[in-house]
Design a binder for this molecule. Structure first.
Ligand code: HEC
Length: 456
């Protein structure tokens, strides 16, 4: 563990030498004796793992559809693939849970082929070997629509005009949710209303406000839970790079008649005046279908809540940790670290009532531009007993070698602005009764002791 840690904290120079080491290793893995060509080997990988973002008209800097388009980027592609910066899947695959519903990573074999292709001069090969081109849906489409069709309702915030130059702004309008009877939510997706709006929208929280919620107490009891008595928790958090939340079978969020969305949208000036709003797509369970459990979006803190102290001196790397006690047994559905520009890594570990610990997940290459949500599978989602402490550890890198650090000579503390820092993990938590936990434990004993502990 110590060695792994040191590596993570290594300077740019040391990192460079690690890079050199890993290239031949990748290459060796894919040695098949056959030349690796774009048409035969690389195009299918790009189709599967890159083109969703890398095609004309998207936010990505270049298209990776044809050889002509990809060829000039070969060096950069190799660098991003070897450093695991692209695709944006920045979780440490050597520890903790390894199965994710939305895994976007390259397999070692795919990464190896890309490296070998670049190292051998990025050849095109025979165009006849090209796979059938993929057709892409309109970029304006909701991502969840590919799976569930159009959303049942779209709720928009009122628009806000962000001046070209300004301090960060927080826009907090209320919006009605048009339900006339209790309805269960199956999936949600948030997006800035326009492509221009993506540049200024740092995050958007959709809090759910409803009177007479029978479970209101539970929301305010959850670590990082509701702040007002009629706030039924947060429906969804969105930040740059995140897309949707789909609740696991048998779980969901409940909308009551008279509900409102209380938006909390953080805008960041980018040198041009932009007016935009944010949209929330909601997919409902069919009428009459009631999931057994309500899921609560919890912000597990990585600092002590009182005073939220965070002290990041200039030119330093700092580690910070926070402890969140589960008041009942629970299943953690996902892991989504939230930090700002100096965020380097965040891990989530369970300290069990018997004193043992389990590493759940560790994002070791956090990148502010990619607030990726790592969603566990039905089988891999960790189920923890009452009294478990969810330990969130965060590393900040305020040195000049941290990519995107605006000024390593600044002291940085806690704050809402993009240039301040914060540290918490957004996790959808499904609380279980002790009976449900015991039932789960009886059928999962083996996996908890072998694979989970093994991951530590
Ligand atoms: C979820 C969307 C997404 C996916 C998937 C994705 N990229 Fe990217 N990529 C981006 C965006 C946006 C940028 C620009 C911002 C950044 O660098 O993070 C980028 C940047 C890059 C760059 C840097 C270009 C430069 O400026 O030098 C390379 C290289 C790259 N991607 C390669 C890939 C490859 C190869 C894959 C697939 C194996 C891939 N990307 C998958 C969205 C994506």
């Amino acid at each position: 563990m110590k060695i792994a840690l040191l590596r993570r904290l290594s300077s740019a120079a040391a990192f460079g030498s690690l890079l050199m080491l890993s290239i031949p290793a990748f290459g060796a893995e894919s040695t098949t004796g056959q030349p690796v060509t774009f048409s035969k080997d690389i195009a299918p990988i790009f189709q599967a793992k890159c083109q969703d973002c890398h095609r004309k008209g998207t936010a990505a800097p270049m298209s990776l559809i044809t050889w002509e388009e990809a060829r000039p980027w070969a060096r950069s592609i190799k660098e991003r693939v070897v450093t695991r910066n692209m695709p944006p899947w920045h979780i440490d695959t050597n520890v903790g849970i390894r199965e994710f519903q939305n895994d976007a990573s390259l397999s070692a074999e795919q990464a190896g082929k890309i490296v070998k292709w670049v190292d051998s001069g990025a050849p095109q090969g025979d165009p006849k070997d090209m796979p059938v081109a993929k057709t892409w849906s309109n970029d304006d489409e909701w991502q969840m629509a590919r799976k569930l069709g159009a959303p049942d309702m779209v709720i928009k915030s009122s628009a806000y005009t962000m001046p070209a130059n300004s301090q960060d702004q927080w826009w907090k309008p209320l919006a009605d949710i048009p339900v006339t009877e209790p309805r269960w939510v199956r999936a949600v997706e948030i997006r800035p209303g326009t492509v221009a709006g993506r540049k200024i929208t740092h995050h958007a929280l959709a809090h759910l406000v409803q009177d007479n919620d029978p479970d209101a107490q539970k929301y305010s009891d959850a670590p990082g839970g509701a702040r007002s008595p009629n706030e039924a928790g947060t429906l969804m958090e969105w930040a740059i790079g995140k897309s949707y939340d789909e609740y696991r079978e048998g779980t969901g969020k409940l909308l009551l008649p008279g509900s409102h969305i209380w938006w909390d949208i953080h805008y960041h000036a980018v040198g041009e005046t932009i007016r935009d709003h944010v949209e929330l797509g909601i997919w409902l369970y069919p009428k009459g279908q009631e999931p057994k459990h309500r899921t609560y979006l919890v912000g597990f803190q990585s600092v002590s809540r009182e005073g939220a102290r965070l002290d990041i001196p200039p030119n330093s790397v700092v580690m910070q940790d926070g402890y969140n006690v589960l008041k009942s047994a629970a299943r953690l559905e996902n892991f989504q670290p939230h930090m700002h520009l100096r965020g380097k890594a965040m891990s989530m570990e369970a300290i069990l009532p018997d004193g043992s610990t389990q590493m759940i997940s560790n994002v070791d290459r956090f990148d502010f531009n990619w607030m990726t949500n790592y969603i566990y599978t039905d089988e891999s989602a960790p189920v923890l007993p009452k009294g478990t402490i969810v330990h969130i550890k965060t590393w900040f890198d305020n040195t000049a070698s941290k990519k995107g650090n605006p000024d390593a000579d600044q002291w940085v503390g806690w704050g809402d602005r993009t240039v301040d820092e914060m540290a918490h993990a957004w996790v959808n938590v499904t609380y279980l009764t002790d009976d449900e936990y015991n039932q789960w434990a009886a059928t999962h004993k083996k996996t908890t002791t072998t694979s989970r502990r093994g991951g530590n």
